[in-house]
Design a binder for this molecule. Sequence first.
Ligand code: FAD
Length: 554
Amino acid sequence: MDIVVIGGGACGLKAACRARRRNEEANITVVDASPYPSLGRCGLPYYIGGIVHTVDDLRKTLSGTVRDEDYFKKVKNIDVLTRTRAVKIDREKRIVKIVKPDGSEDELNYDYLVLATGARPIRLDIPNADADGVTTLFNPEDAEKILDMWDEGILEKAVIIGGGLIGMETAEALSNLDVEVTIVEIMDYILPALLDREMAMLVESYLREKGINVMTKSTVTEILTKDGRVSGVKINGTKEVPCDLVLMAVGVRPNVDLAVDCSLEVSKFGIKVDEYLRTSDERIFAGGDCVENKFLVTGDPIYTPMGSVANKHGRVIGDNITGGSSRFPGVLGTTIFKIFDLNVARTGLTEKRARELGYDVVTCLVPGPDRAHYYPHQKPIRIKLIADRKTGRILGAQIVGWGVVDKRIDVVVSAMHMNATVHDLANFDLAYAPPYAPAIDTLIHAANTVRNKMDGLLETISSFELKEKLDKGEDFVILDIRYEDEVRKFKRIEDSRVVHIPYNELRERYKELPMDKEIVIICQIGNRAYDVYRFLKSKGFNCKVLDGGLAFWF
Ligand code: FAD
């Protein structure tokens, strides 16, 4: 049996290796246009930032062997043709035409063909987009270009267009090189595809603390040059920001040229595949960044170019081209990254998207510790859970913090894969000992907060709504129940409508509060405010809690 794989990245090589493990007899050939098969692109920002030292480190096995052509031939008996481009697929004759590194053409026969052609970075069509010093970050060559500029001492200031995952990771990398970084984001907050506004603002204010300039609601309309090199960018047609490097980090598109050319079914999200990752031709499978995925929350098609997904696709394809029948159910859009010491993770729908889709949504903002509050080195995390109000089904989650967020997001992901509700999540038997988690994990606390809201036991107001009330000059009371030292030490709302009655005096002094005005109760993270809310409600007050407490006051 002849298996040809086009694309020697995460998906293609995983498919080839899995196929080999299941079939020792098959002839397996991988065609890859790049010189670097098996490259972990995800590591490129860390290569720029000096955490990973060579490009080959991004292609090594656990035991340190570089996964090059030689490795694949000797260890796996897989022929990997690098610097070789597939240019045409003849579906009738089952032939792939290739162009070899010397420019000569050849043909490969297949019984099964795998398309794993990945994605292409989007380059904005703006004046001077091809000037020296403009790049994307997709290939090792891009990283080398940036590092060469730094070595030559001509990289002091960088503008990153796009406040998404790659923009964030590269901002940290460049900052590690002492480059002054400005992130320019067209939307009114960064990470708009991944986070809701208040969660993104946690990241944004941290970026500013770390000396990164963030410009939202801003578009780079022109790249400015001097002698053919980048000298700056023009923002919104007026403001000029000087820089030596412009990094376009505005996303990728599926690389579907070959599929379109041979008339496979393709949508705007990529090559169409069924749950076995078979294309509209039963002899051709496709996976990774070039295909459309199914979004498990809604069942709709989605484009999710992620290494985690591409690897899983590869395994499923490797099974199915060797007689297996593995399925890939779909994705939740799970993403995680770090920026300096801050961890950011998300899955499923954002609140904004869920509302746009017509869900009756209930959410919570829960700040808390990542381990027992008395245990040394506990660090804060902030959780947003999004659920369907009627059923309690979990629709999405976002977690930002200095503490451990990865295990929490993965618990939510597991729950969502099983269609769990917040009621299920609230009683998950999660691991607990003080060095690992609070006795009631902050995630379980978040699930319970959503349940309280569903049961009518808690009503909150967001910091944006509260600001608007203040700005409009509404007549209401903000009740700050923190202790004196907290008020002195942490941020506070400076306004004549703020009344301060500490938590431990409230049962004695609540009669000082007006019965005829709305009261917004605030504390540091919302816990104590909930207690006070229940008490004041029982006395007939009209009150609400600031969602997430002052941890979400920007
Ligand atoms: P690729 O790995 O891109 O491989 C496709 C291969 O096909 C390429 O080598 C290309 O040269 C070859 N090819 C294309 N056309 C042809 C042709 N006609 N003939 C021959 N060869 C061809 N994902 C995560 O999950 N987490 C992360 O943290 C993360 N970080 C990232 C950071 C950066 C900077 C980048 C760029 C990506 C990141 N990703 C991350 C995304 C991840 O790298 C991709 O999802 C993954 O590489 C996709 O694998 P793939 O096999 O589909 O495509």
